[in-house]
Write a protein of this length. Structure first.
Ligand SMILES: CCCCCCCCCCCC(=O)SCCNC(=O)CCNC(=O)[C@H](O)C(C)(C)COP(=O)(O)OP(=O)(O)OC[C@H]1O[C@@H](n2cnc3c(N)ncnc32)[C@H](O)[C@@H]1OP(=O)(O)O
Length: 194
């Protein structure tokens, strides 16, 4: 069986994504979006602590260093955590460049090379197309350098949602913590009603 993904991507006709005029400037470091996010939050000791910056156009770059807490096989990153890292990077591209809240509807990962503990993955995520509320986005993760060997590829469908998605579905005690301490969320505003 061929390892090459052959399906057309995006799988439906799309419009070119438009970088929001108030999207972070190219080169800007992006803040964690939520202190208790497993992907980027400083409040999660064994989390991924992904750091992301904006690039030109509709691309962002994330960096994720694999620690002992992220192992699957001895000394190697767990594939599920790598998928989490890509979910975070892809979501950050959607949220920061389009500035509309969205959630992952579908996520595909392709694991090309093992990723040892201690590796820093350089993940470039790119918006590929928009069709109504649907946003198609893809990413590549390279070993230890911007031009390193590709180890993981991913692509995803995100669906834009209203703020009520989070308010109606989130655990009440966690929403209450946000109400008590809004600093837990990034203060960068997004347009909340697609
Ligand atoms: C600064 C900020 C930084 C922000 C930085 C943020 C980084 C966060 C990164 C982590 C992100 C996450 O993990 S988010 C958490 C994981 N994801 C979730 O919990 C989502 C759970 N799923 C849902 O809540 C729902 O299924 C939704 C919202 C995705 C869709 O439900 P809906 O709103 O009722 O809409 P629905 O009509 O079903 O779907 C809308 C369109 O999408 C299509 N669609 C929906 N799901 C799929 C699918 N799996 N595969 C194909 N297509 C799909 C439908 O066919 C439809 O197409 P058409 O008829 O329009 O053609």
């Amino acid at each position: 069986m061929s390892r090459t993904t052959t399906e057309v991507w995006p799988p439906v006709p799309t419009e070119a994504p438009q970088r929001h005029p108030e999207a972070p400037a190219p080169g800007a470091d992006l803040p964690q979006h939520y202190a208790y996010c497993f992907g980027c939050g400083d409040g999660v000791e064994q989390g991924l602590h992904i750091r992301t910056s904006a690039c030109e156009g509709v691309t962002i770059r994330s960096r994720f260093t694999v620690t002992e807490a992220h192992q699957g096989a001895p000394g190697l990153a767990h594939g599920g955590l790598l998928a989490c890292a890509f979910d975070e990077a892809l979501g950050a591209a959607v949220g920061n460049l389009l500035r509309k809240p969205a959630v992952t509807a579908k996520l595909e990962t392709e694991f090309v090379r093992p990723v040892p503990v201690g590796t820093t993955l350089f993940i470039d995520a790119h918006l590929d197309g928009v069709a109504g509320r649907k946003v198609y986005v893809s990413a590549e993760g390279r070993l230890d350098a911007e031009d390193g060997t590709v180890a993981v590829r991913a692509r995803a469908l995100f669906v834009q949602v209203k703020l009520s998605h989070f308010l109606e579905n989130g655990r009440p005690e966690d929403l209450a913590k946000i109400a008590d301490n809004p600093e837990l969320l990034t203060r960068r505003s997004v347009e909340l009603n697609p």
